[in-house]
Write a protein that binds this ligand. Structure first.
Ligand code: AMP
Length: 566
């Protein structure tokens, strides 16, 4: 069985297409959302999902969140004494989802469709594939997130024809796609986005807003608070509460003092002005590339958890002059789409007539030196495939030497839209030896082939000799080598991960410890009593008693914790 996975910055989901419909699979705690959080406990065991996320404030040095933001970079994160690459942390999340799917389906799962932000570049896509490989999953297809959402929406609505815009604001990324659905064909007309903009930025706005008001704190204290994430949960909660209330009180205990400030929706909106402005740009670009007026859209579909924020909904409403669609669940649509794509791959009969076409969201080309009016201008971008071309696509550009006796043509491969080559993102390099001839006489054809997964292949041909170099671009430093992958596999195999059936107990214990830190006085004592009783019963190893105690303990904690679970 092939599964569909939405590997999110904040939460991840796994789904499967069964009996003609996409079903989301619950984790060991019974939730369909699994926080993309990884931690190491005191015994050196790995924690994944909610049990890990509960420890952000209490064990910031042993917990990692939002690591999707670092995919495709060489940044590593320390969890206690262990160092991890973002691929490895993502692999731990994918591994947990794989086990959940196997428990649900009752069979081994080895293949998956994984969604990625449309704007993910080559290195970020490769990192996602590597993470899956480390988790024992073969990626059948990397599917762009807004395309996945569009697929789920298009098939759910099944109108005769519709043109819609998917606005996908997740925890760490923002994607916009314009799609058309017509008689079973889902066609992406254009995609645009920002890989460094998401719900997490709105949390950071609240953290800054709050700290600015804590005049009693020294600059060093403020820095420390920002660094150790102790305010994160409070700010995350405030962000969600601002969706329901006109104002919220943020309260932080630091040292002996309690800092308390009221933040109104208006304060928050004013502080978010820059972020809201940044959201407009990709929308305008996607519409322009699709050659559509906002009025031509049948519907605006909001997906991604952060699109629940009223400030964001209002911005969208103002921009389009009408209300976006509300009835679809913004957290779940991408995973449903990934499950549908998995079924398409596996050729599920229920989806026989559906076809999906996607586009490449950015331009790909090389840096050249250009001659204009007798002057040679270096560092010019020469696009070979322009953005929003339907995929798969293969295009050729022709180039020649610029100096006499030049022995090789060096290709510096870039992704982006700037006319200045070096402003665009570097994907890699390739060198093609050519015969030493007068300038302009040695020519090469450069063929770029971009597949449906968004991965690039390059072939360079010497037009005089027919000699070809088709080695895939020299790996950029940020992409893991085969040897590094083998090493990571061995390292992950050595890690101890708590068994699925223990997850709920661990989560409750971690939650109680977090609540103990959050509270004072009698409530604290109460939590300690409950915790000791529960830990005592866990030691008894009597499954029946443990089950009952778990229910009671969860209910008791619920009675004092009004916070968000996911
Ligand atoms: P996703 O990556 O789609 O799971 O989206 C996660 C983001 O959605 C995080 O930044 C969450 O804080 C945000 N989010 C989820 N629920 C809400 C809510 N009710 N109000 C505001 N933001 C939310």
């Amino acid at each position: 069985m092939m599964i569909g996975i939405d590997l999110g910055t904040t939460n991840s989901l796994v789904g499967v297409f069964r009996d003609g419909d996409a079903t989301l699979i619950p984790n060991a705690l019974g939730h369909v959302l699994t926080p993309s959080a990884v931690g190491v406990d005191e015994q050196g065991n790995m924690l994944v999902g909610l049990p890990a996320r509960e420890r952000i404030a209490t064990h910031p040095d042993h917990t990692a969140i939002a690591f999707k933001r670092w995919m495709g970079t060489d940044k590593t994160l320390m969890l206690g004494k262990k160092r991890f690459r973002p691929e490895e942390l993502s692999a731990l999340v994918l591994g947990a989802l794989k086990r959940d799917a196997e428990a649900f389906l009752g069979e081994p799962v080895t293949e998956a469709v994984i969604s990625v932000p449309a704007y993910f570049n080559e290195a970020q896509r490769k990192a996602t594939k590597t993470a899956a490989e480390l988790a024992g999953l073969k990626v059948e297809r990397l599917l762009n997130e807004p395309t996945a959402a569009g697929l789920a929406y298009g098939l759910a609505e099944r109108q005769e024809m519709s043109t819609f815009l998917v606005f996908d604001l997740g925890g760490g990324t923002f994607d916009v796609s314009v799609l058309e659905y017509f008689e079973g064909v889902v066609e992406v007309r254009a995609s645009a986005g920002d890989t460094r903009l998401g719900g997490e930025d709105f949390v950071q706005v609240l953290i800054r807003l709050f700290l600015e008001r804590c005049k009693a704190l020294s600059a060093a204290d403020r820095e420390r608070i920002e660094r150790d994430q102790s305010l994160w949960r409070i700010a995350e909660q405030a962000k969600r509460d601002l969706g329901e209330h006109e104002q919220v009180v943020m309260r932080l205990r630091f040292g002996d003092a309690t800092h308390e400030h009221t933040i109104t929706r208006a304060d928050f909106e004013a502080a978010c002005a820059d972020l809201l402005q940044r959201l407009r740009h990709p929308i305008e670009r996607a519409l322009k590339d699709a050659q559509l007026d906002p009025g031509a859209l049948t519907e605006i579909v909001l997906v991604g958890g952060a699109s629940r924020m009223p400030v964001v909904r209002q911005m969208v409403t103002r921009l389009f002059g009408r209300l976006p669609l509300r009835h679809i669940n913004p957290d779940e649509t991408v995973a449903r789409g990934a499950a549908i794509q998995a079924a398409l791959k596996a050729r599920d009969a229920a989806l026989d007539e559906v076809v999906l076409t996607d586009v490449m969201p950015f331009s790909l080309g090389i840096i050249i030196s250009q001659e204009t009016g007798g002057r040679r201008i270096p560092d010019r971008f020469s696009p070979i495939i322009e953005r929003n071309t339907p995929v798969p696509v293969s295009r050729v550009g022709s180039y020649c030497t610029v100096r006499d006796q030049q022995a090789a043509i060096f290709l510096d491969i870039r992704q982006g839209e700037s006319p200045v080559g070096s402003d665009n993102l570097k994907l890699g390099e390739l060198e093609m030896p050519v015969a030493a001839l007068p300038a302009g006489e040695a020519n090469v054809d450069v063929r770029f082939t971009y597949d449906v997964n968004g991965l690039l292949d390059i072939e360079v041909t010497d037009t005089r000799t027919g000699h070809k170099v088709s080695t895939v671009i020299k790996q950029s430093e940020n992409v893991m080598t085969e040897a590094q992958i083998a090493e990571a596999l061995a390292k992950l195999a050595d890690l101890k991960v708590h068994p699925r059936e223990k997850q709920e107990n661990i989560y409750l214990v971690n939650r109680a410890k977090r609540l103990y830190e959050d509270n004072l006085g009698e409530v604290r004592q109460q939590i300690l009593d409950w915790l000791s009783r529960f830990e005592g019963i866990l030691e008894s190893q009597d499954e029946r008693r443990i089950r009952q105690a778990r229910t009671d303990f969860a209910a008791a904690l619920d009675s004092i914790d009004r916070g968000f679970i996911l």
